[in-house]
Design a protein around this ligand. Structure first.
Ligand SMILES: [Zn+2]
Length: 494
Protein backbone atom coordinates (compact mmCIF):
# COMPACT_ATOMS: atom_id res chain seq x y z
CA UNK A 1 0.00 0.00 0.00
CA UNK A 2 1.20 3.52 -0.79
CA UNK A 3 2.11 5.41 2.40
CA UNK A 4 -0.17 8.31 1.40
CA UNK A 5 -3.08 5.93 1.53
CA UNK A 6 -2.61 5.20 5.23
CA UNK A 7 -2.92 8.88 6.10
CA UNK A 8 -5.81 9.41 3.71
CA UNK A 9 -7.70 6.37 5.04
CA UNK A 10 -7.14 7.50 8.64
CA UNK A 11 -8.49 10.95 7.79
CA UNK A 12 -11.50 9.48 5.98
CA UNK A 13 -12.22 7.17 8.92
CA UNK A 14 -11.93 10.08 11.35
CA UNK A 15 -14.51 12.05 9.34
CA UNK A 16 -16.78 9.01 9.09
CA UNK A 17 -16.58 8.62 12.87
CA UNK A 18 -17.80 12.18 13.32
CA UNK A 19 -20.55 11.89 10.70
CA UNK A 20 -21.94 8.45 11.53
CA UNK A 21 -21.02 7.87 15.17
CA UNK A 22 -20.29 4.28 14.19
CA UNK A 23 -17.33 3.03 16.29
CA UNK A 24 -16.15 0.70 13.53
CA UNK A 25 -14.51 3.69 11.81
CA UNK A 26 -12.48 4.60 14.87
CA UNK A 27 -11.46 0.91 15.15
CA UNK A 28 -10.22 0.99 11.57
CA UNK A 29 -8.44 4.30 11.99
CA UNK A 30 -6.68 2.99 15.10
CA UNK A 31 -5.69 -0.20 13.29
CA UNK A 32 -3.80 1.82 10.68
CA UNK A 33 -2.45 4.34 13.20
CA UNK A 34 -0.77 1.76 15.44
CA UNK A 35 0.34 -0.69 12.73
CA UNK A 36 0.75 0.38 9.11
CA UNK A 37 1.50 4.07 9.66
CA UNK A 38 4.49 3.61 12.01
CA UNK A 39 5.63 0.72 9.80
CA UNK A 40 5.98 3.20 6.92
CA UNK A 41 8.58 5.37 8.70
CA UNK A 42 12.23 4.82 9.49
CA UNK A 43 12.74 4.58 13.29
CA UNK A 44 13.73 8.27 13.54
CA UNK A 45 10.70 9.25 11.44
CA UNK A 46 12.89 11.30 9.10
CA UNK A 47 12.04 9.32 6.01
CA UNK A 48 9.34 7.13 4.64
CA UNK A 49 9.09 4.70 1.81
CA UNK A 50 6.57 4.84 -0.97
CA UNK A 51 5.18 1.33 -0.61
CA UNK A 52 4.68 -0.40 2.74
CA UNK A 53 3.89 -4.11 2.79
CA UNK A 54 2.66 -6.58 5.37
CA UNK A 55 5.41 -8.92 4.17
CA UNK A 56 8.59 -7.13 3.24
CA UNK A 57 12.07 -8.62 3.44
CA UNK A 58 14.23 -6.05 1.69
CA UNK A 59 13.98 -2.28 1.30
CA UNK A 60 16.46 -1.51 -1.44
CA UNK A 61 17.21 1.33 -3.80
CA UNK A 62 16.24 -0.62 -6.91
CA UNK A 63 13.22 -0.30 -9.16
CA UNK A 64 11.11 -3.47 -9.44
CA UNK A 65 9.67 -4.56 -12.74
CA UNK A 66 7.42 -7.55 -12.07
CA UNK A 67 4.21 -5.59 -12.12
CA UNK A 68 4.31 -4.53 -8.46
CA UNK A 69 3.44 -0.97 -9.44
CA UNK A 70 3.64 1.20 -12.48
CA UNK A 71 6.65 3.30 -11.42
CA UNK A 72 10.19 3.11 -12.73
CA UNK A 73 11.92 4.10 -9.49
CA UNK A 74 12.77 2.33 -6.22
CA UNK A 75 9.78 2.45 -3.91
CA UNK A 76 10.92 0.72 -0.74
CA UNK A 77 14.16 2.39 0.34
CA UNK A 78 13.87 5.25 2.85
CA UNK A 79 14.39 8.33 0.69
CA UNK A 80 13.32 11.50 2.51
CA UNK A 81 14.61 14.02 -0.01
CA UNK A 82 13.70 12.45 -3.30
CA UNK A 83 11.16 14.01 -5.62
CA UNK A 84 10.02 10.59 -6.89
CA UNK A 85 8.17 10.01 -3.64
CA UNK A 86 6.42 13.42 -3.94
CA UNK A 87 2.96 12.83 -2.37
CA UNK A 88 3.96 10.50 0.48
CA UNK A 89 6.42 12.75 2.38
CA UNK A 90 4.02 15.65 2.52
CA UNK A 91 1.06 13.48 3.40
CA UNK A 92 2.55 11.32 6.12
CA UNK A 93 3.43 14.27 8.34
CA UNK A 94 -0.30 14.83 8.79
CA UNK A 95 -1.10 11.34 10.08
CA UNK A 96 -0.22 11.81 13.75
CA UNK A 97 -1.41 15.44 14.14
CA UNK A 98 -4.84 14.61 12.72
CA UNK A 99 -5.00 11.54 14.94
CA UNK A 100 -4.20 13.66 18.01
CA UNK A 101 -6.95 16.13 17.04
CA UNK A 102 -9.51 13.34 16.77
CA UNK A 103 -8.81 11.58 20.08
CA UNK A 104 -11.60 13.57 21.71
CA UNK A 105 -14.93 14.55 20.17
CA UNK A 106 -17.82 16.72 21.29
CA UNK A 107 -21.18 14.94 21.34
CA UNK A 108 -24.65 16.12 20.31
CA UNK A 109 -25.88 15.98 23.92
CA UNK A 110 -23.28 18.40 25.32
CA UNK A 111 -20.97 15.60 26.39
CA UNK A 112 -17.50 14.43 25.55
CA UNK A 113 -16.32 11.29 23.75
CA UNK A 114 -13.00 9.49 24.10
CA UNK A 115 -13.03 8.28 20.51
CA UNK A 116 -9.48 6.97 20.30
CA UNK A 117 -6.97 6.46 23.07
CA UNK A 118 -3.58 8.04 23.73
CA UNK A 119 -2.01 10.03 26.54
CA UNK A 120 -3.60 13.44 26.11
CA UNK A 121 -5.40 16.35 27.68
CA UNK A 122 -8.58 18.02 26.44
CA UNK A 123 -10.43 21.15 27.56
CA UNK A 124 -14.04 21.42 26.43
CA UNK A 125 -17.32 23.11 27.23
CA UNK A 126 -19.87 20.57 28.49
CA UNK A 127 -23.27 20.39 30.14
CA UNK A 128 -26.26 22.68 29.71
CA UNK A 129 -24.34 25.74 30.93
CA UNK A 130 -21.19 25.09 28.90
CA UNK A 131 -18.82 24.59 31.84
CA UNK A 132 -15.19 24.32 30.70
CA UNK A 133 -13.74 21.06 32.03
CA UNK A 134 -10.34 19.50 31.45
CA UNK A 135 -9.89 15.74 31.12
CA UNK A 136 -6.39 14.36 31.49
CA UNK A 137 -5.83 10.93 29.97
CA UNK A 138 -2.97 8.77 31.23
CA UNK A 139 -2.24 5.57 29.37
CA UNK A 140 0.39 3.50 27.62
CA UNK A 141 -2.24 2.34 25.13
CA UNK A 142 -1.94 0.46 22.77
CA UNK A 143 0.99 -1.14 24.61
CA UNK A 144 -0.99 -1.21 27.86
CA UNK A 145 -4.64 -2.00 28.42
CA UNK A 146 -5.67 0.59 31.02
CA UNK A 147 -6.82 4.13 30.31
CA UNK A 148 -7.18 6.54 33.26
CA UNK A 149 -9.11 9.79 32.95
CA UNK A 150 -9.04 12.59 35.56
CA UNK A 151 -11.63 15.34 35.51
CA UNK A 152 -10.87 18.95 36.42
CA UNK A 153 -13.89 21.21 36.71
CA UNK A 154 -14.53 24.57 38.42
CA UNK A 155 -17.90 23.28 39.72
CA UNK A 156 -19.95 20.10 39.63
CA UNK A 157 -21.43 19.57 36.16
CA UNK A 158 -23.61 16.88 34.65
CA UNK A 159 -22.65 15.57 31.22
CA UNK A 160 -22.30 12.21 29.46
CA UNK A 161 -18.79 10.85 29.02
CA UNK A 162 -18.62 8.39 26.15
CA UNK A 163 -15.88 5.76 25.97
CA UNK A 164 -15.19 3.68 22.90
CA UNK A 165 -14.83 -0.08 23.39
CA UNK A 166 -12.96 -1.52 20.38
CA UNK A 167 -14.35 -4.50 18.52
CA UNK A 168 -11.50 -6.80 19.57
CA UNK A 169 -12.20 -6.28 23.28
CA UNK A 170 -14.60 -8.89 24.67
CA UNK A 171 -14.53 -8.01 28.35
CA UNK A 172 -14.06 -4.33 29.08
CA UNK A 173 -14.15 -3.18 32.72
CA UNK A 174 -14.97 0.25 34.08
CA UNK A 175 -14.34 1.91 37.44
CA UNK A 176 -15.50 5.34 38.52
CA UNK A 177 -13.62 6.70 41.53
CA UNK A 178 -12.44 3.15 42.25
CA UNK A 179 -15.91 1.59 42.24
CA UNK A 180 -16.72 -0.96 39.53
CA UNK A 181 -19.41 0.41 37.26
CA UNK A 182 -21.84 -1.92 35.48
CA UNK A 183 -21.03 -2.14 31.81
CA UNK A 184 -23.34 -3.33 29.09
CA UNK A 185 -21.17 -3.49 26.02
CA UNK A 186 -21.41 -5.21 22.67
CA UNK A 187 -18.14 -4.09 21.09
CA UNK A 188 -17.45 -2.21 18.97
CA UNK A 189 -19.54 0.32 20.83
CA UNK A 190 -19.53 3.43 22.96
CA UNK A 191 -20.45 3.23 26.61
CA UNK A 192 -21.81 6.39 28.22
CA UNK A 193 -21.26 7.37 31.84
CA UNK A 194 -23.75 10.11 32.68
CA UNK A 195 -23.43 11.68 36.11
CA UNK A 196 -22.65 14.89 37.87
CA UNK A 197 -18.88 15.09 37.60
CA UNK A 198 -16.83 16.71 40.35
CA UNK A 199 -13.30 17.99 40.42
CA UNK A 200 -10.85 15.11 40.86
CA UNK A 201 -13.21 12.37 39.63
CA UNK A 202 -11.35 9.46 38.14
CA UNK A 203 -12.45 6.97 35.47
CA UNK A 204 -10.50 3.82 34.78
CA UNK A 205 -11.27 1.81 31.65
CA UNK A 206 -9.62 -1.58 31.21
CA UNK A 207 -9.53 -3.06 27.73
CA UNK A 208 -8.09 -6.55 28.30
CA UNK A 209 -5.90 -7.71 25.42
CA UNK A 210 -5.15 -11.27 24.39
CA UNK A 211 -2.65 -12.65 21.90
CA UNK A 212 -4.70 -14.27 19.14
CA UNK A 213 -4.46 -15.24 15.52
CA UNK A 214 -6.65 -13.99 12.72
CA UNK A 215 -7.17 -16.01 9.54
CA UNK A 216 -7.12 -14.36 6.11
CA UNK A 217 -9.16 -16.77 4.01
CA UNK A 218 -8.67 -14.76 0.81
CA UNK A 219 -4.88 -14.73 1.24
CA UNK A 220 -4.34 -18.51 0.97
CA UNK A 221 -5.50 -19.13 4.53
CA UNK A 222 -2.64 -17.08 6.04
CA UNK A 223 -2.78 -15.97 9.67
CA UNK A 224 -1.67 -12.81 11.42
CA UNK A 225 -0.93 -12.47 15.13
CA UNK A 226 -2.68 -9.77 17.11
CA UNK A 227 -2.66 -8.40 20.62
CA UNK A 228 -5.45 -5.91 21.20
CA UNK A 229 -5.18 -3.36 18.40
CA UNK A 230 -1.57 -4.30 17.61
CA UNK A 231 -0.56 -6.66 14.83
CA UNK A 232 2.74 -8.48 15.26
CA UNK A 233 5.44 -9.39 12.75
CA UNK A 234 8.40 -11.72 12.69
CA UNK A 235 11.45 -9.86 14.05
CA UNK A 236 13.95 -10.13 11.19
CA UNK A 237 17.52 -8.93 11.78
CA UNK A 238 17.87 -5.62 9.96
CA UNK A 239 21.07 -4.51 8.26
CA UNK A 240 20.97 -0.79 7.61
CA UNK A 241 23.10 0.92 5.01
CA UNK A 242 23.13 4.63 4.35
CA UNK A 243 23.67 4.97 0.62
CA UNK A 244 22.82 8.66 0.04
CA UNK A 245 21.30 11.74 1.62
CA UNK A 246 22.74 13.92 4.35
CA UNK A 247 23.38 13.36 8.05
CA UNK A 248 20.17 15.23 8.81
CA UNK A 249 18.19 13.48 6.08
CA UNK A 250 19.86 10.12 5.43
CA UNK A 251 18.67 7.67 2.79
CA UNK A 252 18.73 4.04 3.84
CA UNK A 253 18.44 0.56 2.43
CA UNK A 254 17.55 -2.28 4.79
CA UNK A 255 18.42 -5.92 4.11
CA UNK A 256 17.68 -9.05 6.09
CA UNK A 257 20.37 -10.55 8.33
CA UNK A 258 18.31 -13.57 9.42
CA UNK A 259 15.89 -16.04 7.77
CA UNK A 260 12.31 -14.95 7.17
CA UNK A 261 10.65 -17.89 5.37
CA UNK A 262 8.66 -19.23 8.34
CA UNK A 263 5.20 -20.64 8.76
CA UNK A 264 3.47 -20.62 12.14
CA UNK A 265 3.18 -24.05 13.73
CA UNK A 266 0.25 -24.22 16.14
CA UNK A 267 -1.51 -21.38 17.89
CA UNK A 268 0.51 -21.19 21.10
CA UNK A 269 1.56 -17.57 21.62
CA UNK A 270 3.42 -16.27 24.66
CA UNK A 271 3.41 -12.55 25.40
CA UNK A 272 6.47 -11.04 27.07
CA UNK A 273 6.49 -7.59 28.55
CA UNK A 274 9.92 -6.04 28.92
CA UNK A 275 11.05 -2.72 30.27
CA UNK A 276 11.86 -0.50 27.36
CA UNK A 277 12.25 3.19 26.84
CA UNK A 278 11.93 5.55 23.98
CA UNK A 279 9.85 5.21 20.84
CA UNK A 280 7.75 2.04 21.23
CA UNK A 281 7.55 1.74 17.44
CA UNK A 282 11.19 0.66 17.29
CA UNK A 283 12.89 -2.67 17.91
CA UNK A 284 14.74 -1.29 20.91
CA UNK A 285 11.82 0.64 22.30
CA UNK A 286 8.97 -1.85 22.01
CA UNK A 287 7.78 -3.06 25.42
CA UNK A 288 6.02 -6.11 23.94
CA UNK A 289 7.22 -9.29 22.29
CA UNK A 290 5.44 -12.51 21.44
CA UNK A 291 7.10 -15.92 21.23
CA UNK A 292 5.59 -18.33 18.73
CA UNK A 293 6.40 -21.77 17.33
CA UNK A 294 7.38 -21.83 13.68
CA UNK A 295 9.05 -23.94 11.00
CA UNK A 296 10.92 -22.80 7.95
CA UNK A 297 9.59 -23.37 4.42
CA UNK A 298 12.76 -23.80 2.31
CA UNK A 299 10.99 -23.41 -1.05
CA UNK A 300 9.65 -19.98 -0.12
CA UNK A 301 12.19 -17.55 -1.53
CA UNK A 302 12.41 -14.01 -2.82
CA UNK A 303 12.15 -13.44 -6.57
CA UNK A 304 15.09 -12.41 -8.76
CA UNK A 305 14.55 -8.78 -7.67
CA UNK A 306 14.64 -9.68 -3.96
CA UNK A 307 10.92 -9.15 -3.48
CA UNK A 308 9.19 -11.68 -1.25
CA UNK A 309 6.95 -13.96 -3.28
CA UNK A 310 3.20 -14.23 -2.64
CA UNK A 311 1.81 -16.81 -0.27
CA UNK A 312 0.64 -20.21 -1.47
CA UNK A 313 -2.31 -22.24 -0.25
CA UNK A 314 -1.91 -23.68 3.23
CA UNK A 315 -1.63 -25.57 5.43
CA UNK A 316 1.96 -26.12 4.32
CA UNK A 317 4.12 -29.18 4.95
CA UNK A 318 7.56 -28.57 6.43
CA UNK A 319 10.28 -31.07 7.22
CA UNK A 320 12.28 -28.44 9.12
CA UNK A 321 12.65 -28.48 12.92
CA UNK A 322 10.28 -26.45 15.08
CA UNK A 323 11.79 -23.21 16.37
CA UNK A 324 10.68 -20.52 18.79
CA UNK A 325 10.58 -17.20 16.97
CA UNK A 326 10.15 -13.66 18.27
CA UNK A 327 7.41 -11.39 17.01
CA UNK A 328 7.34 -7.63 17.58
CA UNK A 329 4.69 -5.03 16.79
CA UNK A 330 4.41 -4.46 13.05
CA UNK A 331 5.05 -0.75 13.54
CA UNK A 332 8.42 -1.56 15.12
CA UNK A 333 9.53 -3.93 12.36
CA UNK A 334 11.03 -2.34 9.24
CA UNK A 335 11.54 -5.76 7.70
CA UNK A 336 8.66 -8.02 8.52
CA UNK A 337 6.60 -11.08 7.93
CA UNK A 338 3.03 -10.35 9.04
CA UNK A 339 0.89 -12.67 6.90
CA UNK A 340 2.15 -16.10 7.96
CA UNK A 341 1.55 -19.40 6.20
CA UNK A 342 0.18 -22.07 8.52
CA UNK A 343 2.24 -25.24 8.98
CA UNK A 344 0.18 -28.42 8.59
CA UNK A 345 0.89 -31.97 9.75
CA UNK A 346 -2.13 -33.83 8.44
CA UNK A 347 -3.03 -35.30 5.05
CA UNK A 348 -4.33 -31.90 3.89
CA UNK A 349 -0.86 -30.30 4.21
CA UNK A 350 0.57 -29.16 0.87
CA UNK A 351 4.03 -28.82 -0.57
CA UNK A 352 5.20 -25.26 -1.16
CA UNK A 353 5.97 -25.05 -4.88
CA UNK A 354 9.46 -23.85 -5.73
CA UNK A 355 8.65 -20.87 -7.95
CA UNK A 356 11.08 -20.44 -10.85
CA UNK A 357 12.49 -17.23 -12.23
CA UNK A 358 10.60 -16.57 -15.44
CA UNK A 359 12.13 -14.91 -18.49
CA UNK A 360 11.12 -14.61 -22.15
CA UNK A 361 12.45 -13.90 -25.63
CA UNK A 362 10.34 -10.74 -25.46
CA UNK A 363 7.70 -9.32 -23.10
CA UNK A 364 5.21 -6.56 -23.88
CA UNK A 365 5.87 -3.62 -21.54
CA UNK A 366 2.44 -3.78 -19.94
CA UNK A 367 2.69 -7.51 -19.24
CA UNK A 368 4.95 -9.60 -17.00
CA UNK A 369 6.63 -12.99 -17.01
CA UNK A 370 5.62 -13.25 -13.33
CA UNK A 371 2.07 -13.90 -14.57
CA UNK A 372 3.21 -17.26 -15.94
CA UNK A 373 3.58 -18.73 -12.45
CA UNK A 374 1.48 -16.49 -10.21
CA UNK A 375 -1.06 -19.25 -9.57
CA UNK A 376 -3.98 -17.00 -10.57
CA UNK A 377 -6.57 -19.11 -12.38
CA UNK A 378 -7.87 -17.71 -15.69
CA UNK A 379 -11.62 -17.72 -16.33
CA UNK A 380 -10.96 -18.17 -20.07
CA UNK A 381 -8.31 -17.50 -22.70
CA UNK A 382 -9.64 -13.96 -23.18
CA UNK A 383 -9.53 -13.12 -19.44
CA UNK A 384 -8.47 -9.46 -19.28
CA UNK A 385 -8.83 -9.19 -15.51
CA UNK A 386 -5.68 -11.04 -14.40
CA UNK A 387 -1.94 -10.44 -14.93
CA UNK A 388 -0.76 -11.99 -18.20
CA UNK A 389 2.30 -12.59 -20.29
CA UNK A 390 2.36 -11.80 -24.05
CA UNK A 391 5.02 -11.67 -26.76
CA UNK A 392 3.22 -8.64 -28.24
CA UNK A 393 4.17 -6.86 -30.48
CA UNK A 394 6.26 -9.67 -31.97
CA UNK A 395 4.22 -11.40 -34.66
CA UNK A 396 4.87 -14.74 -36.34
CA UNK A 397 8.10 -16.71 -35.94
CA UNK A 398 9.44 -18.59 -32.92
CA UNK A 399 9.38 -17.10 -29.39
CA UNK A 400 10.02 -18.65 -25.98
CA UNK A 401 9.47 -18.37 -22.23
CA UNK A 402 11.81 -19.96 -19.71
CA UNK A 403 11.82 -21.13 -16.10
CA UNK A 404 15.07 -21.21 -14.14
CA UNK A 405 15.12 -23.01 -10.79
CA UNK A 406 17.60 -22.32 -7.99
CA UNK A 407 18.27 -26.08 -7.83
CA UNK A 408 17.46 -29.03 -10.13
CA UNK A 409 13.86 -30.21 -10.20
CA UNK A 410 12.40 -33.36 -11.71
CA UNK A 411 9.50 -32.70 -14.03
CA UNK A 412 7.22 -35.17 -15.78
CA UNK A 413 4.36 -32.98 -17.04
CA UNK A 414 3.55 -29.42 -18.01
CA UNK A 415 0.31 -27.48 -18.51
CA UNK A 416 -0.15 -24.26 -20.41
CA UNK A 417 -3.15 -21.94 -20.54
CA UNK A 418 -2.93 -19.82 -23.70
CA UNK A 419 -3.96 -16.19 -23.89
CA UNK A 420 -6.12 -15.44 -26.94
CA UNK A 421 -7.97 -12.14 -27.34
CA UNK A 422 -9.81 -12.88 -30.57
CA UNK A 423 -12.36 -10.13 -31.13
CA UNK A 424 -10.33 -7.59 -29.15
CA UNK A 425 -6.66 -7.86 -30.07
CA UNK A 426 -4.07 -9.71 -32.12
CA UNK A 427 -2.98 -12.50 -29.78
CA UNK A 428 -3.88 -16.07 -30.75
CA UNK A 429 -3.03 -19.56 -29.60
CA UNK A 430 0.19 -20.59 -31.39
CA UNK A 431 0.40 -22.79 -34.44
CA UNK A 432 2.53 -25.27 -32.51
CA UNK A 433 4.79 -25.50 -29.47
CA UNK A 434 7.23 -27.77 -27.68
CA UNK A 435 8.99 -28.11 -24.35
CA UNK A 436 12.77 -28.16 -23.90
CA UNK A 437 15.09 -28.65 -20.95
CA UNK A 438 18.61 -27.37 -20.46
CA UNK A 439 21.38 -29.94 -20.51
CA UNK A 440 24.69 -28.16 -19.94
CA UNK A 441 24.83 -25.49 -22.64
CA UNK A 442 22.25 -27.02 -24.95
CA UNK A 443 18.48 -27.19 -25.03
CA UNK A 444 16.98 -30.61 -25.69
CA UNK A 445 13.31 -31.46 -26.33
CA UNK A 446 11.62 -33.50 -23.59
CA UNK A 447 11.21 -37.15 -24.57
CA UNK A 448 7.93 -38.84 -25.47
CA UNK A 449 5.61 -35.82 -25.08
CA UNK A 450 1.98 -36.97 -24.97
CA UNK A 451 0.52 -33.92 -26.73
CA UNK A 452 1.18 -30.27 -27.54
CA UNK A 453 -2.36 -28.91 -27.43
CA UNK A 454 -3.45 -25.44 -28.49
CA UNK A 455 -7.01 -25.44 -27.13
CA UNK A 456 -8.50 -22.20 -25.86
CA UNK A 457 -10.16 -21.74 -22.46
CA UNK A 458 -8.43 -24.69 -20.82
CA UNK A 459 -5.10 -26.07 -19.70
CA UNK A 460 -3.17 -27.96 -22.38
CA UNK A 461 -1.30 -30.69 -20.53
CA UNK A 462 1.54 -32.81 -21.77
CA UNK A 463 3.30 -35.66 -20.02
CA UNK A 464 6.80 -36.82 -20.89
CA UNK A 465 9.65 -39.01 -19.70
CA UNK A 466 10.70 -37.52 -16.33
CA UNK A 467 13.72 -35.29 -16.61
CA UNK A 468 15.85 -33.53 -14.01
CA UNK A 469 17.05 -30.05 -14.91
CA UNK A 470 17.46 -26.49 -13.60
CA UNK A 471 15.78 -24.84 -16.61
CA UNK A 472 12.84 -25.50 -18.91
CA UNK A 473 11.83 -23.61 -22.00
CA UNK A 474 8.50 -23.45 -23.77
CA UNK A 475 9.00 -22.64 -27.43
CA UNK A 476 6.03 -21.45 -29.49
CA UNK A 477 5.59 -20.95 -33.19
CA UNK A 478 3.28 -17.95 -33.61
CA UNK A 479 0.77 -17.69 -36.44
CA UNK A 480 1.56 -15.45 -39.38
CA UNK A 481 0.79 -11.82 -38.62
CA UNK A 482 -0.36 -12.46 -35.05
CA UNK A 483 1.26 -12.56 -31.63
CA UNK A 484 0.55 -14.81 -28.65
CA UNK A 485 0.60 -15.02 -24.89
CA UNK A 486 0.24 -17.24 -21.82
CA UNK A 487 -1.90 -16.80 -18.72
CA UNK A 488 -0.42 -19.69 -16.73
CA UNK A 489 2.35 -22.25 -17.30
CA UNK A 490 2.76 -25.03 -14.77
CA UNK A 491 5.57 -27.50 -14.48
CA UNK A 492 4.67 -30.54 -12.40
CA UNK A 493 7.58 -31.08 -10.05
CA UNK A 494 8.57 -34.26 -8.31
ZN1 LIG B 1 2.00 8.97 -2.03
Amino acid sequence: METCGFVELMHSFELLTRITGDPVWADRCEDIAVNSLPAAFDPAQRGTHYITSANSVRLDDAAKTHGQFDNDFAMQAYRPGVHDYRCCPHNYGMGWPYYAEELWLATYDAGLCASMYAASEVTAKVGTDGTAVTVTEETGYPFEETVTLRISTPRPVEFPLYLRVPGWCAEPALRVNGTPAPLRAAPPCYVAVTRTWRHGDRVELRLPMRATTRTWAKNHGAVSVEYGPLTFSLAIEEEWRRYAGTTAWPEYEVTAGSPWNYGLDGRSLRLLRRSARGNPFTRRGTPLEIRARARRIPNWRADDENVIRPLQDGPVRSGEPAETVTLIPMGAARLRLTAFPVIGHGPDAREWRLVPIATASHTWQGDTTEALCDGIEPSGSGDQSIPRFTWWDHRGGVEWVQYDYPEPVTASAASVYWFDDTGQGQCRVPVSWRLLYRDGDTWLPVENPSAYGTARDTYNRTTFTPVRATAFRLEAHLGDGVSGGILEWRMEQG
